[in-house]
Ligand binder design. Structure first.
Ligand SMILES: Cc1ncc(COP(=O)(O)O)c(C=O)c1O
Length: 388
């Protein structure tokens, strides 16, 4: 969480005083509906559906687009496990593919990995860094793949002037505690496709979809509930007023750090859309993993490959093929998925492991004082002089 205060407290208090915490008690003027309208306008997208988390947003996006058993979905070797989890929750099989030096999905590796069962790809804008969407969209068009952007870590970011999450067929955002906008826990699915939006709405709240949407052309189906509450909607409305200021300050700080460390021998990570990303981190690539370890220790940064949860080697439930709570529903065992590729080895993406273990990110905060940024810059310069 970056910023929250009086506006959020007042917004939540208003909802509690009104006694109307359920999102359907309203005639189009509830907090969730207002957030969905405002966020859609800000993103320039037709449909926004608020959910309970980024994971349920991703699952609703996949199911909304009709992805399920029999389909493979390509995911990058560097992401939170929830990306692959959502693919399994939709009944499909995740195929893990290398990232490149940008620590986002490598478009060449994506194209090489496409097989007869591949139906979709999930580019993940990790740590607010946009993927190479132009190249990824080209590959997707050539091979008729659906594109679901995982923008859970990229709220407020853009790529070549287009908001992240709106470039592919659908996008998913997380509003959990660690994200650029937060209501503690939450998420949203976005899409321009009416049918996908209807199906996603059914995934998010199938009972309400059934009671309210009987005239819909989408036949209601059964799903888990992941409806957002008015408390979350109220907090998101307050957060939406803050996001521009947060991202502006993060980008400004990051630029100041990159400018000041330009000539010290450090290599900043290549950016696909410089100036458009969220600027949540200053990221450098070191020549060796040992140097990356030493640099991270000296500057208070984190080696991307060693966060303990963002590299495919740490996704044990997937390696163990524990794809559901019971065998009959486990996508790894479904007859429809028999032709899908599902052999995972910890050594299968050595290039990603090499890159991620040499990449160090330094987290920024929009409320960091100028003198603290200056101190951080001094630390980075000193560490570079000692280590390179
Ligand atoms: C890249 C990515 N995808 C998906 C998720 C899942 O979001 P949530 O925790 O809101 O379910 C996260 C959460 O951290 C994430 O970082």
């Amino acid at each position: 969480m970056y910023r929250a205060g009086k506006q959020e407290i007042d917004a939540i208090a208003r909802v509690i005083r009104s006694g109307k915490l359920f999102r359907y008690n309203k005639n189009g003027d509830g907090e969730c509906q207002r957030f969905e309208r405002r966020y859609a306008r800000r993103l320039g997208v037709k449909h926004v559906l608020q959910t309970s988390s980024g994971t349920t947003a991703l699952t609703a996006a996949l199911a909304g687009l009709g992805i399920g058993p029999g389909n493979e979905v390509i995911v990058p070797a560097c992401t939170y496990m929830a990306t692959a989890v959502a693919v399994l929750a939709a009944g499909a099989i995740p195929v893990i593919v290398d990232v490149d030096a940008s620590i986002t999905l490598d478009p060449l590796a994506l194209e090489r990995a496409i097989g007869p069962r591949t139906r979709a790809v999930i580019p993940v804008h990790m740590w607010g860094l946009p993927c190479d969407m132009r190249a990824i969209m080209r590959v997707a068009r050539r091979h008729k793949l659906l594109v679901i952007e995982d923008a859970c870590q990229a709220v407020g970011g853009a790529y070549r002037g287009k908001m992240l999450g709106t470039i592919g067929d659908a996008g998913a955002f997380s509003f959990n505690f660690y994200k650029n906008m937060t209501c503690g826990e939450g998420g949203a699915v976005v899409t321009n496709q009416a049918r996908a939006a209807q199906r996603a709405a059914c995934m998010i709240d199938c009972c309400a979809f059934y009671w309210k949407g009987r005239k819909s052309s989408v036949v209601p189906f059964i799903s888990n509930g992941s409806r957002a509450s008015e408390l979350e909607g109220a907090m998101m409305n307050a957060q939406l007023d803050r996001i521009d200021g947060i991202v502006r300050e993060l980008r400004r700080q990051r630029q100041r750090i990159l400018d000041a460390t330009r000539d010290c021998g450090l290599t900043p990570i290549p950016l696909h859309s410089p100036g458009d990303d969220c600027g949540t981190h200053a990221v450098y690539q070191l020549p060796s993993a040992d140097q990356a370890d030493a640099f991270a220790k000296a500057v208070g940064g984190t080696v991307v490959g060693k966060t303990g949860r963002h590299v495919y080697t740490e996704w044990d439930p997937i390696f163990r093929k524990q794809g559901a709570h019971c065998a009959a529903l486990n996508p790894f065992r479904l007859p429809q998925n028999r032709g899908c590729r599902m052999t995972y080895r910890k050594t299968m993406c050595p290039r990603s492991l090499d890159i991620l273990n040499r990449t160090v990110m330094i987290a920024l905060h929009p409320d960091r004082k100028a003198k603290d940024v200056a101190a951080l810059i001094r630390k980075i310069l000193q560490a570079a002089a000692n280590i390179l």
